[in-house]
Design a protein around this ligand. Sequence first.
Ligand SMILES: *[C@@H]1O[C@H](CO)[C@@H](O)[C@H](O)[C@H]1NC(C)=O
Ligand SMILES: *[C@@H]1O[C@H](CO)[C@@H](O)[C@H](O)[C@H]1NC(C)=O
Ligand SMILES: *[C@@H]1O[C@H](CO)[C@@H](O)[C@H](O)[C@H]1NC(C)=O
Length: 398
Amino acid sequence: MWFSLLSCCVLACIALPTNAVDEPKIEILPNTDPLKVLEGGKLEITCRYSTKAEKPNPNSLIIKRLGDRQGDIANAVKLTNLGFDTHRSTSPGATQFDWTIITLKVSKSGSKLTIQDTGRYYCIYEDVYKFFQKDVDVFRVVSPSEVVYNETSSKLSCVPEFSTETTAKDYTLSWSKNGSQSLGDSLKDRYSLEGDMDQNLVISKPGRKWGDLGRYQCVFTFTPSQQTVTNYVDLIGPPKVNEKSFDPSKNYVQGDNLILKCPVTGYPFPTVSWLRDGVMLNAGDRVVINDEGSVLNGKLTIYSLEFSDKGTYKCMANSTYEGFQSAHATTIVRVKDRLAALWPFLGIVAEVIILCIIIFIYEKRRGKQMEDEADSPDYPANTQDHRTDEVRQRNVRT
Ligand SMILES: *[C@@H]1O[C@H](CO)[C@@H](O)[C@H](O)[C@H]1NC(C)=O
Ligand SMILES: *[C@@H]1O[C@H](CO)[C@@H](O)[C@H](O)[C@H]1NC(C)=O
Ligand SMILES: *[C@@H]1O[C@H](CO)[C@@H](O)[C@H](O)[C@H]1NC(C)=O
């Protein structure tokens, strides 16, 4: 009997929630409530209606917004009228006993998303008037998104302005650099956090470490949801060429490959153009221009150099930021003949050969002259004897 009671209970326990779960249900995603969004960022809300019972009508699923949270849902406005992009989809169950899910996704981003989008959002399935609600807070950060670096000290700030007072203090603010979790070692001892909730990041002597330029982020972490919202602030600076790492001149031998890298820094990352004797170089068969790290077109390669490639090469770095002057560096490229180093050696060889030829010819002519003298019939014999003696004597002496 205990056993049957127990099994009854187990059955009931299984049956009860199963019944409840089989009811059509409506959800609104993401799960955070209230949802915090940065003005100019992206607001995306997904509404999901799941049902087993009937064949749902996808168009009955709608999202409405009520600007005033205290107001009546009857005054809420349909989102399709408010500049949101809408995407609707249905995934029917495989059998009639499976869930059919209708999804409605709405989104708004960039300049379209403003503080006016703050409010209470309702996800509504009209036929049965089921709904789910979510509060959305759109806030803005009052700060320039770009700060031109100052050699003494640069201040980046993230001062939030919330659309509703309820969320004004339930966050922490942290600073980090370029997608990482921290500000990095190079900034150690050179920055300080100031102001309410550390809303100002002050970097001293940013010129000293040129790598300080770049994209910084201030991250709002809201409690208790732990939702984070990131705002970016760029520390920008004009292109700057490190001439020390650009040789004033370079010597090459015909057929060599020339590789020049423009040693430039700056943020936004500069774009380099290459000039030879003032004429812009374009990529071609032998001329290749690549990006060098983050610097666009920062590397010039010319394969198998020719004499005509000699000249004054200039790398010119321009910034996309208006008001920044371009920077440049030049190098003189000389191209020598491949045989240049051989010429002195070849000269000596040629001299030796010519000398040998002269000696050879001279000796030959002398030998012939002597033969002619010997053959001559009217040549006095004693003279010849005398000459022979002389040669003999010379031979003995040497
Ligand atoms: C750089 O910062 C110093 C001190 O903060 C300030 O006095 C100076 O005017 C700033 N220079 C520029 C060009 O903004
Ligand atoms: C951010 O870091 C990546 C690699 O960590 C680097 O390639 C990129 O240039 C950096 N961007 C900025 C803006 O500093
Ligand atoms: C770069 O800037 C210089 C002037 O500073 C200008 O003459 C040149 O045309 C610019 N180059 C490009 C590719 O915009």
